[in-house]
Design a protein. Structure first.
Length: 250
């Protein structure tokens, strides 16, 4: 008799818990059904809208157009684009023409405009090194021409267009001129005389039958008597003109 009593009490307790669980399960099922019914009614009560095309519009224009249809807008990110101005919508999700219900959020990606790149200095580099540098900056190599040079060794870049430091868009074409080595005899190229004196130029000018014009330039930035500017610039062909002018600090 002593062993039967605890077993009976446990059985009664178990039945109570079972009944309580069944009651809670019924309440939860009723709540879940009611919630789904209400939410379904709310969702289906909203109008179905054909999503307008907001690509190519500003954020303000897009927000205004979507709000009329009861839709919201969220900026998802930004991307560079050479063809779309900054602040203009590049893409939208969901896409235009899709049927969606009122209250939905439309995600958009905004243009940052063209990616500005500063062109590297290619002068003195080999053609291969210049090509690698151009591509690493997201630029493109264009025309490769040649000319003689007394300052840059054969096979290396003498000049470039656009110049180094110029701001450019991605995929801009860079044309380069490559040194063909020292000019043959009889072809006169101008050395770099800046920082020298007119006396330094006399021997070279006499040997090459070149006339020299000296222009006095009043400046305190450079030592008196030194050449601060020359025309044509260094490494220029003056075979035909045989003239050079020098601006000398006074």
């Amino acid at each position: 008799m002593e062993n039967t009593q605890p077993k009976l009490e446990k059985r009664i307790l178990y039945i109570k818990f079972l009944k309580l669980f069944i009651v809670f399960a019924i309440i939860f099922a009723a709540f879940y059904y009611s919630f789904n019914t209400v939410m379904s009614a709310v969702i289906h009560s909203k109008k179905e809208i054909t999503l307008p095309d907001i690509k190519g519009k500003s954020l303000a224009e897009a927000v205004e157009e979507l709000s009329v249809s009861g839709l919201g807008l969220k900026k998802e990110g930004e991307e560079f684009s050479n063809s779309v101005p900054p602040g203009i919508i590049l893409r939208q999700t969901p896409p235009a023409g899709m049927n969606i219900r009122e209250g939905k959020i439309v995600k958009v990606t905004i243009s940052r405009g063209g990616e500005t790149i500063y062109i590297p200095n290619l002068v003195g580099k080999t053609v291969r090194a210049a090509d690698i540098a151009i591509k690493s900056y997201g630029l493109m190599i264009g025309e490769v021409s040649q000319r003689y040079s007394i300052m840059v060794e054969k096979g290396s870049v003498v000049s470039q267009d656009p110049a180094a430091g110029t701001a450019a868009d991605k995929d801009t074409v860079i044309n380069i001129v490559v040194s063909n080595g020292q000019p043959p005899e009889g072809i006169i190229y101008v050395p770099d005389w800046k920082g020298k004196t007119p006396e330094d130029v006399k021997n070279w000018a006499g040997k090459n039958n070149v006339s020299v014009e000296v222009i006095k330039d009043k400046t305190s930035e450079f030592p008196s008597g030194t050449i601060i500017k020359q025309n044509p610039d260094s490494d220029s062909d003056i075979t035909n003109s045989k003239k050079i002018s020098l601006n000398v600090a006074q």
